[in-house]
Each structure stands twice: as C-alpha cells, then as structure tokens.
Design a protein around this ligand. Structure first.
Ligand SMILES: NC(=O)c1ccc[n+]([C@@H]2O[C@H](COP(=O)([O-])OP(=O)(O)OC[C@H]3O[C@@H](n4cnc5c(N)ncnc54)[C@H](OP(=O)(O)O)[C@@H]3O)[C@@H](O)[C@H]2O)c1
Length: 290
C-alpha cells in the first residue's frame, strides 16, 4: 500500500526538486502543497489536512527564507519558521506521522574554525537564524519521530538563488564584486531531496527527533562559487573578491558555514556529491533553459 506523504512549501527550491523525484518512489503517494493550498501557519488547517488525507509522513519544505527581510519582519519569520513548525509537530503527533524538517547552517554564529557537527552549540546571529532555531526547538521538545536536516547555501534550477543571480548578473555586467571571506558548501537541492526520499524509502527511521547535517562535499567561498558559475557558463565577467564588511547586508552571516557530514555518512552510508559536480549538473539544466 502507498504511504501518504505531505510536502509543504512545495513550490520552493527543495519542494520542486521533490516533485521531480516523486515518480521514482511509487511506494509513496505525494500530497504537494504550498501556501495557497495549505498555509502551515493555520493550525486547524494543518491538523485537518493530515487527518483527512491519512498522512503518514510530513516533509516540511515551507519556510520564510528571505534572510535580510527577516530583520525587518521578525514576526513573519517566526510565524513560518517556528510557530508553524509547532503546528506540524502537533498534527504529526496526533496522527502518528513521521516529520522531516529542514533547518540551516545559520543556527550557528560561524566563529568555529572547523566544520560544525550536530552536537555543537547553536548561537544564531540573525533573525532568520533565530527563527529557524526556534523551529528546531519545537521539534525537539515535541519528542516526535522525526529528522531535522540542517543544510547550507541551497540552490536549484527552481526558485531564486545565488547561482541564478550570478548567471543573470554576469550576462548584464562586465565586472562583479563577490564576498570572499565566508566559507561554506553550496548544496544542490536535488541532492538533498534525493537523500531525504532515499532515507524515507530505504532506511530505518528514528522514533525521536534526530538532527543531521547535509551539504555537498568540499568547501568554498561565495567568490570561488561565483567564479565556478561564470566559468561553467562560458562567461568572461571579471570577478573581484571583497570582504563581508565591503558588502553590508541587513542580516549578519556566519563567516564559517561548514557542516560536518560524518553522522550522515556513518548512520546512513550516504556520501553527498562534490559541490562542483552538483553545480555542473544544475548548470546544464539552467544553460539548456537559457
Ligand atoms: N535557501 C537557502 O539557501 C537555504 C539554506 C539553508 C537552509 N535552507 C532551508 O531549506 C528549506 C528549503 O528552502 P528553500 O530554499 O527550498 O525555500 P524556498 O525556495 O524559499 O521555498 C519555501 C516555500 O515555502 C512557501 N511558504 C512560505 N510560507 C508558507 C506558509 N505559511 N505555508 C506554506 N508554504 C509557505 C514559500 O512560498 P512563497 O515563495 O510564496 O513565500 C515557498 O514556496 C527551508 O527550511 C530553509 O530554511 C535554505
């Protein structure tokens, strides 16, 4: 019998990649929703939806992801990234559904030198990061069977992201200034979506909240990331490295966003692809669309 899976926020980057992969998982019947069909801030709507459709698993791809806007809209960020997660936990608990929730490297302050592992102390330095940490806390306190995946620098051929922005700007401008003192790993949303669905399909799931870090393999800076994007596009735009201080933004970003994947590799035997390989795969799609 098919297992019913609710995917929230499924018009976003990660949710759209789930839609692409869905046909490869005939054991699952997917219920793809976004805010127009199911607003996760509406507690009763969430509870009714899970009950009416006999949902056995919720994958929460819905989020408030505008990191800078969040500084001016803390209530909206908190409503979607934190309070709504509580609603999802309540519905999952009542109807015995498994929850997959997505979080971020921005729960850390970035002052650590080495990659962050799941046991490292959190200390968000932005409204967005704080709201995402509160969301994690609601899952943890609920005690429900669940997985939280923290990821970083997400991009996809769907939605808006750094890759698409650099591709567009490099076609418009001869020179670009890009921050070169923040270190992290870009993550192709298609890889994260495949990992989540693989784990749900083929692995034994925890009976309580468990956090995992997921990012593509390797590390880079936004400057090197942009350089690779321009190179793969065949562009000639000149890139200049600048410091975070030279590119002021409303929200502070961690200088170190590296996430250690050892737990994922050890417990699930999953090895995330190298970031340049995944970028190439996404760029092939984007350049074919252009
Ligand atoms: N993007 C990154 O660089 C990044 C990095 C690390 C972690 N993450 C995390 O990864 C997850 C997926 O991110 P993403 O980049 O795929 O996000 P995204 O592209 O911004 O998609 C989020 C989706 O959620 C929808 N949504 C917003 N409010 C909602 C509500 N109340 N009810 C239902 N749906 C709602 C959005 O609709 P609208 O567009 O209409 O608002 C959008 O379709 C998020 O948890 C995010 O925090 C992202």
């Amino acid at each position: 019998m098919q297992k019913n899976i609710l995917v929230t926020g499924s018009n976003g980057q990660l949710g759209s990649e789930m839609r692409v992969l869905a046909p490869q998982f005939p054991q699952f019947r997917f219920f793809f929703t976004d805010v127009a069909d199911l607003d996760i801030c509406e507690a009763k709507a969430v509870m009714d939806y899970v009950s009416k459709n006999t949902i056995r698993c919720i994958i929460n791809c819905a989020a408030y992801t505008a990191v800078d806007h969040a500084e001016q809209e803390p209530l909206s960020a908190r409503a979607i990234n934190a309070i709504a997660v509580k609603h999802l936990c309540s519905a999952a608990k009542k109807h015995n559904a498994f929850l997959v929730h997505i979080s971020t490297d921005y729960v850390f302050d970035g002052f650590k030198i080495n990659p962050y592992d799941e046991t490292d102390a959190t200390h968000p330095i932005s409204v967005y990061g704080k709201s995402k940490l509160q969301g994690e806390e609601f899952v943890r306190v609920s005690g429900i069977a669940s997985l939280i995946f923290r990821t970083s620098w997400l991009y996809s051929s769907f939605g808006s992201n750094f890759v698409k922005t650099i591709l567009r700007l490099s076609q418009e401008r001869p020179e670009l200034r890009i921050v070169s003192d923040q270190v992290g790993a870009p993550t192709y949303a298609a890889d994260l979506a495949a990992t989540i669905l693989d784990i749900l399909a083929n692995h034994s799931l925890p009976g309580h909240p468990e956090i995992y870090h997921y990012a593509n393999k390797g590390k880079t800076t936004w400057f090197e990331f942009a350089h690779e994007i321009v190179k793969l596009s065949g562009g000639t735009t000149l890139l200049h490295p600048i410091t975070t201080e030279e590119y002021p933004t409303l929200a502070a970003r961690p200088k170190n966003s590296q996430l250690c994947k050892a737990k994922l590799i050890q417990n699930f035997g999953i090895h995330p692809p190298e970031w340049k390989e995944s970028l190439k795969a996404c760029m092939e799609i984007l350049l074919a669309e252009n």
